[in-house]
Design a protein around this ligand. Structure first.
Ligand code: R5P
Length: 350
């Protein structure tokens, strides 16, 4: 059985740092702030960049309206606003609060004459609603893009979008990063030396992703046949490929209710796998996800910190940080260097 590990999230002491630094001796100034959905990740990134987080003075009024007033001048700065579009249990923030908060932070920054406003939203909420799957539906991923641009965002830095085409909803630059280097390295370090591994895609949509992981690790890959009879419901079919006697790693972009992984893991076991772990960039874990995963045959679930950690995270969930990847990307954006070079051109996975 593979070992399980406790949940982790780094914290960074930033109190002695300046709140802005000059960039490459030019007149540009770097400033970093964060919304309440992503304060921990924002503080980690700011610390790595050598600045203190700018206090955006966020509040929620008694009727639920969100409010922002930067507590220092941001005039002329390249302002990076770290805010995933997701809920935060500790902050009692819903996904829609987080979106609205991001918008008011952009609006306030535009009004306060920031030079460039860059939204750092590693998890782009609403990305799944990227097309009309049935008549009379909205294309909400496009709506979010329109709102961000109309409000005044100059650029979006995001990670492992549910579908890369979401970038097409923006007319301004989108830097699409991937957590794959961190996740693949973890698999190499923890599992490859001791197991006969197979990478498995949970559905046809992730076949390319599974192939990439398999190539990186030098192991075979398999594919699950999955159907969604309705939203947030999974009907798992069979495995295409050989998992008998193997340790299986299911790779996905996101885990929401956990239904896909639980059903996928069961199918892999039914077809002879000896153990199954899952790896995904975004751990949404909504509703009864923890219970669903706990009751599944998965021995470990690995995600990153693109979303904040939920209360009562079970021990079998391991969180890795993407703060280094985002920090390196921000440095490249600031200094007009290639962002694709960070990933050797392999950042368009979905
Ligand atoms: C599907 O296309 C996605 O890649 C994920 O497999 C899915 O969204 C996960 O959702 P859930 O955990 O609710 O099954």
């Amino acid at each position: 059985m593979m070992s399980t590990m406790g949940a982790t999230q780094g914290s960074v002491a930033t109190s002695t740092l300046p709140s802005s630094i000059p960039i490459d001796n030019s007149s540009k100034r770097l400033m970093v702030t964060a919304g309440r959905a992503s304060r921990t990740l924002g503080a980690s990134i700011a610390g790595k960049l050598g600045v203190n987080l700018v206090d955006p003075g966020l509040r929620t009024f008694s009727d639920g309206e969100v409010y922002c007033r930067y507590q220092e001048s941001i005039r002329g700065a390249d302002l990076f606003i770290v805010q995933s579009i997701c809920d935060n249990e500790q902050e009692r923030l819903t996904v829609n609060d987080a979106l609205m908060e991001l918008l008011v932070m952009i609006d306030a920054a535009a009004g306060a004459s920031a030079r460039r406003i860059i939204a750092v939203a590693p998890w782009y909420g609403y990305a799944r609603q990227d097309k009309k799957s049935a008549p009379r539906e909205p294309i909400s991923a496009r709506l979010v893009a329109k709102m961000l641009e109309t409000t005044g965002v100059d650029r979006l830095l995001t990670m492992d979008l549910h579908a890369g085409q979401v970038q097409g909803f923006f007319s301004r630059p989108v830097d699409h990063m991937t957590a794959m280097p961190v996740l693949a390295q973890y698999l190499v370090d923890q599992f490859k030396p001791k197991a006969d591994l197979v990478i498995m895609a949970p559905d046809a949509g992730r076949a390319k992703l599974a192939r990439r992981y398999a190539q990186k690790l030098g192991v075979p890959y398999a594919l699950l046949e999955k159907e969604r009879p309705e939203q947030q419901t999974v009907k798992m079919g069979y495995v295409i490929g050989d998992v008998k006697g193997k340790s299986v790693v299911i790779v996905d972009d996101m885990i929401d209710t956990g239904g896909t992984l639980a059903a996928g893991a069961q199918t892999a076991f039914d077809e002879g796998a000896v153990e199954v772990v899952a790896i995904a960039t975004h751990g949404v874990f909504s509703g009864a996800a923890y219970q669903t995963l706990r009751e599944s045959p998965l021995s470990q679930v690995i995600v990153t910190d693109t979303l904040p950690q939920r209360l009562n995270t079970p021990d079998f969930i391991r969180r890795l940080t993407v703060a280094d990847i985002l920090t390196t990307s921000i440095r490249s954006i600031l200094t007009d260097r290639s962002v694709a070079a960070i990933f050797a051109g392999e950042n368009q996975l979905f």
